[in-house]
Design a binder for this molecule. Structure first.
Ligand code: FAD
Length: 321
């Protein structure tokens, strides 16, 4: 290992870290001998979880008193670095708060950020992989110069695997100067209503595209997702058309999914869509155009009309109970 220390921004989510944070902790411990997690809220209670995923230290910023995390966490990280013992790299999940934090940290540390990272390896320092041109090309990048490298990493780039380590040592990480940013506070937050698994975590994802014809036909996608105990996804075309909320979007500017089965219904297979689902284990596509690009990556292709195939599939799934 040529990398000694990596810090991972571990975003709290209920009584755990977000899945993307756990993925980054798992990746970090494969790349460096010392891994620390940085978290906030009820941070102290995450010592066991952080340790289980490979962190030996948990920097606990504590209660943010309703502030958006970007500014205070960037400030706390800067203070930790100023206190000595800067890491070689800081991994940040590519969430809204993570991106906000990374931008602020970049300005504070006067270091560039590598964003949209989809892979990391050790090659005389960290080498990152990035999908460019809508995922049609992968480029590699590396930091030069001193100081921590800032990496903003896309969800599902790594597997989250516990390693059974003991609790991390908790170290308080106070927030430094944040200027006027403390004036912006979270007034209310809502947990998105859903039945069934989260899109990013579902073993089966059933997605619909413009080929469905109209918003009403999306009910078939939801029904099949429910029958298969999966989640319903969408192409951007139907999100932009207002048929489904953005939270359903799969692709470059939406979510990255890696289910066991991805069923694409009436989706052409634009590179920007495929970059978000091509890591799925089994891809099944239904499209009436036999030349649709989605068939190039499909394991099973059905050339047919979604208005015929999907009702037949629903009947069959219902018959099987
Ligand atoms: C910067 C940028 C970012 C983007 N990010 C994303 C992203 O994150 N996710 C994303 O999905 N897209 C994204 N896009 C948009 C992307 O380029 C495509 O426009 C979009 O994915 C197309 O959606 P679609 O496949 O549903 O629609 P279309 O491309 O219109 O395809 C519809 C398909 O349905 C088929 N069809 C039509 N009728 C039927 C029928 N009755 N039965 C069966 N098949 C039928 C057609 O043959 C066609 O293949 C992005 C674009 C840009 C420029």
């Amino acid at each position: 290992m040529t990398v000694s220390t990596i810090w991972v921004v571990a975003e709290p989510s209920g009584d755990s870290f977000t899945a993307a944070s756990l993925e980054l902790l798992s990746a970090a411990r494969d790349l460096a001998s010392n891994v620390a997690a940085i978290t906030w809220g009820e941070g102290g209670s995450f010592a066991a979880l952080a340790g289980e995923y490979g962190a030996s230290t948990l920097y606990d910023v504590g209660d943010l008193r309703g502030a958006l995390p970007g500014a205070p966490i960037a400030s706390a990280i800067e203070a930790l670095i100023d206190g000595g013992g800067a890491p070689d790299a800081i991994f940040v999940p590519a969430s809204y708060d993570g991106r906000d934090m990374a931008g602020r940290l970049s300005a504070r540390l006067d270091r560039p950020v590598l964003t949209n990272v989809i892979g990391l390896e050790d090659g005389e320092g960290l080498v990152s992989e990035h999908a460019v041109f809508g995922g049609s090309l992968t480029v590699k990048a590396k930091f030069t110069g001193a100081g921590p490298g800032l990496f903003v990493v896309r969800a599902k780039s790594f597997n989250a695997e516990p390693m059974g380590g003991g609790p991390a040592q908790v170290v308080a990480a106070p927030v430094g100067e944040t200027g006027a940013t403390a004036h912006a506070v979270i007034a209310a937050s809502h947990v998105e209503e859903r039945t069934g698994p989260k899109l990013e975590d579902a073993a089966v994802v059933v997605s619909g595209g413009r080929g469905l014809g109209d918003a009403g036909a999306y009910a078939m996608i939801e029904q099949i997702a429910q029958l298969l105990h999966g989640a319903a996804g969408a192409s951007r075309a139907i999100v932009d058309a207002g048929w489904v909320p953005y939270s359903h979007q799969v692709g470059q500017t939406g979510k990255t999914v890696k289910p066991l089965v991805y069923l694409a219904c009436g989706i052409s297979g634009a590179t920007q869509h495929m970059v978000g689902m091509k890591g799925s284990k089994n891809i099944v596509a239904i499209n009436r155009d036999g030349d649709a690009p989605i068939f190039q990556i499909a394991d099973l292709g059905i050339v047919g009309d979604v208005h015929k195939v999907l009702p037949a599939l629903i009947d069959e799934l219902k018959a099987r109970g």
